[in-house]
Design a protein. Structure first.
Length: 165
C-alpha cells in the first residue's frame, strides 16, 4: 500500500514539473539591435521576369541593415582550438566569431575610422565581451588596420550564405 502511494506521489510530481517546465522563459535573448533569428537577415526575394520583354523588371533585393559596433581581435591563446563550427581556429585565416549569424555566413567588415574592408567567414560564437559585435582573427584585424589597438568601430554587411573556407 505504501509503495503505490509513493509511486502516485512521484507521478503527480513529475506531471506538475512537466507542466511548469514548458512555461520556462528562454535562457538567452537577442542582443540590442539584433534580431532574435538570423534568417530575416539572409532572405532575398527576386522579382519574376515577365514573358513580355517590353517591360523589364530588375531583381528586387530586400535591404539588409548594416550592423555597427565594436570589433575586437581573438586572443592568441585560442589559436589551434576548435571553434563552434568544428574547424581549428587559425589567426592567419579570414574568420570571425558572431553571436547569432549562422556559421559559414560571409560578412564584409569595414573599419569606420579608415574605411578599410575585409571579407570574413563566421566560424565561431562570440564575442563574449559586452559591447562587442564581432571577434576577428589577427589576419582580418591586420587588413583592417586595427591590430595595434585591438578594438575598432566597424560596420558589418552580410554578404550571404556559406563560404568555401
Amino acid at each position: 500500500m505504501a509503495t503505490s502511494t509513493f509511486l502516485s506521489r512521484v507521478m503527480i510530481g513529475l506531471a506538475v514539473f512537466g507542466l511548469f517546465a514548458g512555461c520556462a522563459a528562454p535562457l538567452a535573448t537577442a542582443g540590442a539591435g539584433f534580431p532574435s533569428s538570423p534568417e530575416p537577415l539572409l532572405k532575398q526575394s527576386v522579382a519574376v521576369q515577365p514573358a513580355d520583354t517590353t517591360r523589364q523588371r530588375s531583381k528586387a533585393v530586400k535591404a539588409v541593415p548594416a550592423i555597427k559596433g565594436m570589433a575586437s581581435v581573438y586572443a592568441d591563446a585560442l589559436n589551434g582550438r576548435r571553434t563552434s563550427s568544428g574547424q581549428r581556429f587559425s589567426q592567419q585565416k579570414m574568420t570571425a566569431a558572431h553571436r547569432s549569424l549562422p556559421l559559414g555566413t560571409r560578412v564584409l567588415v569595414t573599419n569606420l575610422r579608415n574605411n578599410r574592408s575585409v571579407e570574413v567567414s563566421i566560424n565561431d560564437r562570440g564575442p563574449h565581451h559586452r559591447g562587442r559585435v564581432i571577434d576577428l582573427s589577427s589576419a582580418a584585424a591586420a587588413k583592417l588596420g586595427m591590430n595595434k589597438k585591438g578594438c575598432a568601430q566597424v560596420q558589418l554587411q552580410i554578404l550571404g550564405g556559406r563560404s568555401n573556407g
